[in-house]
Design a protein around this ligand. Sequence first.
Ligand code: NAP
Length: 475
Amino acid sequence: MATTATERRLLIGGEWVETGEWVEVESPYDGSLVGRVAKAGAAETRQALDAAEAAMREPIPAHERATILDKVATQLGERTDEIARTISAEAGKPMKAARVEAARAVSTYTMAAVEARRLAGDAIPMDASPAGVGKLALTLRVPIGIVGAISPFNFPLNLVAHKIAPALAAGCAVVLKPASQTPLSALLLAELETEAGLPAGWLNVVCGPAGEIGDVLVSDERVKLITFTGSAPVGWKLRERAAHKRVNLELGNATPVIVAADADLEDAAARLAANAFSFAGQSCISVQRIYVERESYDAFLELFLPRVEALRVGDPADEETDVGPLIAEAERDRVLSWIEDATSRGARVLSGGTLDGELLRPTVVAGASPDALVSCEEVFGPLCTVTPYDTLEEAIALANGTRFGLQAGVFTSDLKSALRAAGELEFGGVTVNEAPTFRADQMPYGGVKDSGNTREGPAYAIREMTEERLVVLQL
Ligand code: NAP
């Protein structure tokens, strides 16, 4: 239960701004007031862009950008407890998972600082063609311009970090719009950046109606790149509307994992039980569809189901809780209706499927038909399916049978099978003998198909946030 209500203002041009209107943040667990933030609209978003434009007229040298990023990393490390509590209160994320997120943000800032220090272009081998003889050429990495950043509710700290830390490393000013349900972690991060010495205007945070703020970010020509993490329909629509900008999309998934008979079943069961239900499945790479080779199917379930049933459902503020609430009651009801959709097409619920108080229990569904919503759409809830398969070819086809392609996993002790799966799974990333929910923050992370069009991780995001400028010197 949230105990204190936090009040935060917007950050525009280095000032903490009130607007006379507020957006209330309520606990997804019990509806209590967690805090409120000043509400922005189109006018404040334009002011934020003015501030960002002014800031970029005076570039900050790379060593100073890196120092600020390092200082934020240090502060994140020192204030982990407070930060984890903020994440937990506003997102309803169990403290265990909130602590992991806070620790990961340290890593994101640390890696961004490293990348700021080594941001450089290339030397071009000019005499490799007759035309280039007598010339020297190099590329500079030039900041692309103002970055418009839009972030989702489910990692309210670290996915904001994945946008604003690389932007600063690249030398770009940012106008950030965090998710309305979870603006407090983003504003706390903004406070850490200002305390670390970030000059005015380099980071501006506006909270409020998504359409209104989004319209300004899409239509204002000063925004050169929109970096969006969230749901596929919103993301692809933004890209369609911003034809003259770079629009980087990190979207959803319906995460599959293949468990071959030669895998270490106990290890697979433990990793998958933890990663199908952490934060009630509200991670873009939460394990959703488990395909098990038929000869090991029963043995896998014997190991897997007790682990699922042992997960503690309850108050996210409780340090022992594994599975808390969904972000909204309507989302919980949607997942319940998807369970009904699956069972009406012949599936069986092996575990969960019912409420524990107001919370949905971790749910395991067997025999879901390939066209059931739980088999091909993103559940984004505490539910996974288990399905037997006979050949690796069939398993790969089942895993690929979705419009999404973010991360997938395979458990096997056979190197050939692992490499074949890695080659044929149509996803941005494939994990072997690890749950596909795994992410270290320096990895290139992103999807194909409907899951997106870019890679995050500081080194990769910075690539997107800079342009290569060619300089040719006649000797
Ligand atoms: P969402 O509803 O799409 O919202 C994401 C952000 O977009 C929020 O800040 C939201 O603002 C904003 N938004 C909504 N409509 C907009 C519009 N018309 N113009 C501009 N901005 C708009 O997604 P969500 O429910 O927060 O997040 C869950 C989704 O994110 C899932 O699909 C998940 O898989 C995906 N995700 C992907 C990754 C990845 O790295 N690939 C990581 C995490 C999550 P409001 O909050 O004010 O509506």
